[in-house]
Unconditional design. Structure first.
Ligand code: PLP
Length: 372
């Protein structure tokens, strides 16, 4: 199997598996219990917390662990809106955000929040003049992602945060696809990240909160995470997340350079006839979303069973619905069904990527001949 679905999830790093091992088997104590075992587990969690915070690289705030980035985003959005004074119930977000943001905002809109979803340009970038015109003193939150999960396009997060702050709003950044791959942009008040996108375990994420900008609690109960997010923390998941964050931080330049080389090799191996979806300049290069006139992307995936790639986000692929991101770029139904996403990273070898791209290109040409 050649794995080219790095935006959906990433393979667990061997170093992470080794760090987690003792906490899976013998070190099972509850980190919130006062026994020596409990205290050791709590101490390991605090080491992991520092490792994740260091990899996020922002100052003036701290993280709370969550069960996923989806939870972190729900918490940030709902908890921020809870706190705002009457009349300040506007949320601004962007049409290409992940469902964890869009659906949460829609849910709040169904309960009276005033939601603005800004369109993007044909290259997937947000027009900042549009944002400027949409901002007013009633805006409580501006939510924009740094790297898009479907097309890899980046947004100017620091500028967006500045604009939000000038209007008196908080800024939330979904940094799930940026974390560990690019430097996280300075400026946001709230940042959501996930372990399984950086070669860590599934089932754990984190919300970074600027001091003073913490949202109201989403989960109530035992008062863990300073009373902000109740629920027993999992030492094995926290330790795994910490180890993955530390590794990503140490290897950032090496991983980044590797991805640049892979991108060039993939584009070359695919050959002519493909169009890249989204900005070529403003992007993370470990995400290659491409389309080809007349291609049936779903059929291509079915034909190439031993290459794992997707039509867009894992969720969009499963539903059979055309991607909301590609539609936001102005692609019609046919063009979005003719698009595929190749995602690669740390453990992808150039040889396997080139082989996969050549096979993808050959199958695409064969489809054309069959359909002619
Ligand atoms: N945001 C983005 C950009 C993502 O790619 C994902 C995962 O696909 C999420 C949020 C949700 O992350 P999690 O799987 O940790 O809930």
């Amino acid at each position: 199997m050649i794995y080219l679905d790095y935006q959906a999830t990433t393979p667990l790093a061997p170093e992470v598996a080794a760090a987690m091992q003792p906490w899976i088997e013998e070190r099972f104590a509850n980190p919130h219990s006062p026994s020596r075992w409990g205290s050791e587990a709590a101490a390991a969690i605090e080491v992991a917390r520092k490792q994740v915070e260091r990899a996020i690289g922002l100052s003036g705030g701290s993280i709370a662990f969550t069960g996923s980035a989806t939870e972190a985003l729900n918490w940030a959005i709902k908890g921020s809106l809870e706190q705002t004074p009457q009349g300040h119930n506007r949320i601004i977000t962007v049409a290409t955000e992940h469902a964890a943001v869009l659906d949460t905002c829609e849910w709040l809109a169904g309960r009276g929040a005033d939601l603005t979803v800004l369109p993007v340009e044909a290259d997937g970038r947000l027009d900042l003049d549009l944002l400027e015109r949409a901002l007013d003193e009633r805006v409580a939150l501006v939510a924009v992602m740094q790297v898009n999960n479907e097309i890899g396009v980046t947004q100017p997060i620091s500028e967006i945060a500045d604009m939000a702050h000038k209007a008196g709003a908080l800024m939330l950044c979904d940094a799930v696809q940026a974390f560990g791959r690019l430097e996280i942009c300075k400026g946001p008040d709230l940042v959501a990240v996930s372990a399984h996108k950086i070669h860590g375990p599934k089932g754990i994420g984190a919300l970074w909160m600027r001091k003073g900008g913490e949202p109201d609690a989403l989960l109530h109960g035992g008062g863990q995470e300073q009373g902000r997010r109740s629920g027993t923390l999992s030492p094995m998941l926290c330790v795994g997340f910490g180890a993955a964050a530390k590794l990503a931080d140490e290897r950032r330049t090496r991983d980044y350079d590797h991805v640049q080389k892979l991108w060039n090799a993939a584009v070359h191996a695919l050959g002519p006839g493909w169009t890249i979806n989204g900005s070529i300049r403003h992007r993370y290069h470990g995400n290659l979303n491409i389309r080809r006139e007349g291609l049936d992307g779903a059929r291509l995936i079915a034909d190439l069973r031993d290459v794992a790639f997707s039509l867009g986000s894992a969720c969009a692929s499963g539903s059979g619905r055309p991607s909301h991101v590609l539609r936001a770029l102005g692609l019609d139904y046919r063009a979005s069904r003719s698009s595929i996403r190749l995602g690669f990273g740390r453990y992808t070898t150039q040889q396997e990527l080139v082989d996969a791209c050549k096979r993808i290109a050959a199958h695409a040409v064969a489809q054309e001949k069959l359909d002619a």
